[in-house]
Design a protein around this ligand. Structure first.
Ligand code: AMP
Ligand code: TRP
Length: 329
């Protein structure tokens, strides 16, 4: 069985974008692949997080993974810091990555271009840690949203270079980007990605938003003045995004939805999108509440970390041996 690995960095509450672009796909893959998913808590602290908020977000993220259908009997679910090999291989990967490569990473470039102050060294070397996350597990596929593709490509480059230098060590991973929903846009500004860092809070639906709030955000989503329901991403990006959300969640094609609503007002379509989103969220939230109440998270994470460590420690050992870091007595 091929192995698949992915991580989510819960620097805030998980969003509908995370669900459509990532989480929901993990669930559908877990029957056909050996699935490894982790909470990338080390990646979270590349920017300051309030400790109490961080703790809550980490717990919620695990509960939401489970609520969305990840099954600990089928998938390995763990917290990054519970498997020490991540930080160690992350450092080794940083020693095998060139500054030029890190300078090209768009996530970092965008932040520097915005003139963000207090950018940390951890943020800069983040792709090296991400490479370690992936390579530790000999992952064949890495399901991610569009924004993470560049990081997986860098991982491939680092892995190939390492293999050439030190001999066959790492499996070269492939990014896996879903056709629908790889980039869900903000409801208030469809030129931007729907993101946890949305300052207005209107463009982003959080999976734990109350359903009324979620509905309101969809009903007031920015569209256009063209007034025709059709698929024109360039001129009607807001409308396109809404149809994409509904298509991803309902399993209907975007064309099918357009056919049903063409000739009608945007309000009707928005109501449909809100119905689809709220019904999915309601199911997730009900399961989330059960999981939090059942107090099973800790045990799941301990078991997950134990399984993950067995694979990760072996890879790290092999890497250290190949590099010459070990002294044999
Ligand atoms: P992040 O929230 O940045 O840690 O992302 C976690 C996963 O969700 C990654 O695979 C992202 O590519 C994916 N993701 C985040 N935001 C979106 C979005 N707006 N649309 C689609 N996928 C997303
Ligand atoms: N960088 C990813 C994000 O921001 C999270 C992540 C960390 C990840 N390590 C990973 C994703 C390894 C896939 C594989 O979303």
């Amino acid at each position: 069985m091929k192995r698949m690995l992915s991580g989510i960095k819960p620097t805030g509450q998980l969003t509908l974008g995370n669900y459509i672009g990532a989480l929901r796909n993990f669930v559908s893959y877990q029957d056909d692949y050996e699935m490894i998913v982790f909470i990338a808590n080390l990646h979270c602290i590349t920017e300051y997080q309030d400790p109490a908020d961080l703790r809550k977000n980490l717990t919620d993220a695990v509960a939401l993974y489970l609520a969305c259908g990840l099954d600990p009997n089928k998938s390995t679910i763990f917290l990054q810091t519970d498997v020490h090999a991540h930080a160690e291989l992350g450092y080794i990967m940083a020693c095998n990555t060139y500054l030029g490569e890190l300078n090209r990473m768009t996530q970092f470039k965008d932040k520097s271009a915005k003139g963000e102050k207090n950018m940390t060294a951890g943020l800069y070397t983040y792709p090296c840690l991400m490479a370690a996350d992936i390579l530790l597990y000999d992952a064949n596929y890495v399901p991610v949203g569009e924004d993470q593709k560049q990081h997986v490509e860098l991982t491939r480059d680092i892995a190939q270079r390492f293999n050439n230098k030190y001999g066959e060590t790492f499996v070269i991973p492939e990014p896996l980007i879903a056709k629908v929903g790889a980039r869900i846009m903000s409801l208030s500004d469809p030129s931007k990605k729907m993101s946890k860092s949305d300052e207005t809070n209107k463009g982003c639906i959080y999976l734990l938003d109350d359903l009324k709030t979620a509905r309101k955000k969809i009903m007031s989503a920015v569209t256009d003045s063209i007034g025709v329901i059709q698929l024109d991403k360039a001129n009607q990006p807001g409308l396109y995004n809404l149809i994409e959300i509904a298509s991803a969640l309902s399993g209907r094609t975007m064309e099918d939805i357009v056919n049903e609503y063409s000739g009608q007002g945007y309000g009707k379509l928005k109501t449909y999108v809100a119905d689809v989103v709220c019904s999915e969220m309601e199911k997730i939230q009900n399961r989330y509440n059960e999981i939090i109440a059942s107090r099973q998270i800790e045990k799941i994470l301990i078991d997950g970390a134990e399984k993950a460590s067995k694979i990760a420690d072996k890879t790290l050992q092999d890497v250290k041996k190949k590099i010459g870091l070990e002294i044999k007595y």
